[in-house]
Ligand binder design. Structure first.
Ligand code: NAD
Length: 496
């Protein structure tokens, strides 16, 4: 049995008065327990981070970056071990879990640019013999709260950058799959990080509440569902903290009449069903422009779905695995039933699939639902399962109106051969990330990740240049060294 504790001041700690069961979702078995941190344990982690801050803020960016270089090497060396931890507790297939770790490593590589990222701005002679510059100083103790669906990658969006910017960090990963983030934090210490700079507390709402209210925590990065993101944003900003809270999604793909249908179908299958649809960038809705496109898309997708392989994370031949919990499986099945009741057409039904050897696992097979309309519950809400909805509209304009009217605005994409249409789409669509013939337009680490509307609360997106701004505060200094030539008397008008 795995018993997952906490990493505070460089030491593994137990605090398991309350626990959360960890499942292998492919078998349905309980394989471990997460110790849920009490208020005292979270406060201890904050205190360790606060104590480490004065020395860490004065460490040179180059020294911090060198630790990240070593961390990067350790992540590469341990990629299979991390992927297996992710697979066992989350359920995603090893090839997908390795991809997640690689995308996380990208963020560590970006953090290795620390000396460049923290250079600041400088102007000589803004006034006579006066120089001025802005520098970007760390905030202090920063907290990160992360979801179950990317237990390795999403924490890596946050703390490598926060730490190279000179902050100390407290991470609260998802209690459902805590082993990978804890192991990765141990690797960071193996890479030479001083004690207290990075701490991990496993826990639930109780731990989050402490992080949101403790005055020593200066900023909070959150990724998870929209209701919790909104609560975290309001509470954190209400107690005077900087906050970025990334929420849920409903990502649409427009399929234009001139699209290369074969590649659109392959791209849609991967992006809708990969990781069982438990990605905030999963394509959940295909919007066919014209009935003829809709008919061809559904026919080809049905054929493609016959070859989908679903099963345990250990078999790299599988396309995707189970969903995270039995409750979530029932919720996804409920959305499929509601679509049926509300008049949509279930073209491929993934409810209760027979998976040999995994009879008690939390599986939903690939599901295709046609003739979905905007008032249906399955359309309005985020399903977060391997379910692709198909809607039919008569123009690109109508497809864009549909996307813009949705409460979420994380990503969207268009499949077309028409450059003018693609340019119009990317210029006007109200989502934060756009793909043109690219189904999962997750920005690389040197850009930033964030949606619009109720997919992101806060002004700055995650990682990349926005991450550097989020984890630092600007200080602007104006300097003059008196000399005989420029010495002046008192001035009572505004300096100009
Ligand atoms: P979740 O909101 O249930 O949990 C996220 C984190 O918040 C966890 O650490 C959890 O312990 C904590 N939490 C849960 N309920 C809380 C509460 N009431 N008060 C305080 N903290 C609470 O999300 P999840 O189910 O782990 O993850 C899936 C969701 O995350 C989906 O909605 C998905 O779209 C979203 N997500 C968004 C992005 C993005 O970048 N926008 C990325 C990944 C996942």
């Amino acid at each position: 049995m795995i018993a997952t504790g906490h990493l505070i001041n460089g030491e593994l700690r137990e605090d398991a008065k309350r626990v959360h069961d960890i499942f292998n979702p492919a078998t349905g078995e309980i394989i471990g327990q997460t110790g849920l941190a009490s208020r005292e344990t979270v406060e201890e982690a904050i205190a360790a981070a606060a104590a480490a801050f004065p020395e860490w803020r004065d460490t040179t960016p180059l020294k911090r970056a060198r630790i990240m270089f070593r961390f990067r090497e350790l992540l590469e060396l341990n990629i299979d071990r991390i992927a297996a931890l992710v697979g066992e507790e989350h359920g995603k297939i090893m090839h997908d879990a390795r991809g997640e770790v690689l995308r996380g490593i990208e963020n560590v590589e970006y953090a290795c640019y620390a000396p460049e990222l923290l250079k600041g701005e400088h102007s000589r002679n803004v006034g006579s013999a006066i120089d001025s510059w802005s520098e970007f100083q760390p905030l202090g103790v920063v907290a990160g709260i992360t979801p179950f669906n990317f237990p390795a990658m999403v924490p890596l969006w946050m703390y490598p950058l926060a730490i190279v910017c000179g902050n100390c960090f407290v991470l609260k990963p998802s209690e459902r799959d805590p082993s990978a983030p804890l192991f990765i934090a141990e690797l960071l210490h193996e890479a030479g990080l001083p004690k207290g700079v990075m701490n991990v507390v496993n826990g639930d709402r109780e731990a989050v509440d402490v992080l949101l209210q403790d005055p020593r925590v200066q900023a909070v990065s959150f990724v998870g569902s929209t209701p919790v993101a909104e609560h975290v944003y309001r509470t954190a900003t209400g107690s005077g903290k900087r906050c970025q809270a990334l929420g849920g999604a409903k990502n649409h793909a427009i399929v234009m009449p001139d699209a290369d249908l074969e590649s659109a179908v392959s791209a849609l299958a991967g992006a809708a069903f990969g990781s069982s649809g438990e990605r905030c960038m999963a394509l959940a809705v295909a919007v066919a422009v014209g009935d003829a496109v809709g008919d061809r898309l559904v026919a080809r997708m049905k054929e493609r779905m016959e070859t989908l392989k679903v099963g345990s994370y250990e078999d790299d031949q599988n396309d995707f695995g189970p969903v995270i919990t039995r409750q979530h499986m029932e919720k996804v099945n409920g959305y499929i039933s509601s679509a049926e009741e509300q008049g949509a057409v279930i073209e491929v039904d993934g409810r209760n699939p027979a998976i040999a050897g995994c009879e008690n696992g939390f599986f939903v097979g690939g599901t295709l639902i046609d003739r979905v309309t905007p008032e249906m519950v399955c359309y309005k809400e985020e399903i977060f399962g391997p379910v692709l909805l198909v809607m039919r509209v008569d123009s690109m304009q109508r497809a864009m109106e549909l996307i813009d009217a949705h409460e979420y605005g994380n990503g969207s994409c268009i499949f077309t051969r028409d450059g003018e249409a693609a340019r119009y789409f990317s210029d006007h669509i109200k989502t934060g990330m756009v793909g043109i013939n690219v189904p999962l337009p997750v920005p690389v680490a040197s850009y930033s990740f964030g949606g619009w509307k109720r997919s992101l609360f806060g002004d700055l997106a995650a990682y990349g240049p926005d991450g550097v701004r989020f984890y630092t505060r600007r200080k602007t200094i104006t300097q003059r060294w008196p000399s005989a030539g420029v010495r002046e008397g008192a001035q009572f008008s505004f300096p100009s």
